[in-house]
Design a protein around this ligand. Structure first.
Ligand SMILES: [Zn+2]
Length: 74
């Protein structure tokens, strides 16, 4: 006779995670955790990359050159 495992009486931790994109419930074992799926993960990634792009380049090189030549007002 094999000993009965106690795993069943262990604490049950039901995490109710919500997808930050679509607010849908996400299973704890989801592959794209904490997102409900690849689609929402891609949307979040796009948001981050677009935001980083705006911050890292507030002015385009062309605009900077334009402003430089405009100081010739002596
Ligand atoms: Zn989602």
């Amino acid at each position: 006779m094999a000993p009965v495992k106690k795993s069943a009486s262990r604490r049950k931790r039901i995490a109710s995670i919500r997808c930050p994109i679509c607010r849908g419930s996400v299973p704890a074992q989801a592959e794209e955790f904490p997102f409900c799926g690849r689609r929402c993960r891609a949307i979040d990634l796009a948001r981050w990359s677009s935001g980083a792009y705006v911050i890292s380049s507030p002015l385009s090189p062309e605009e900077t050159i334009h402003l430089d030549s405009d100081t010739d007002d002596d």
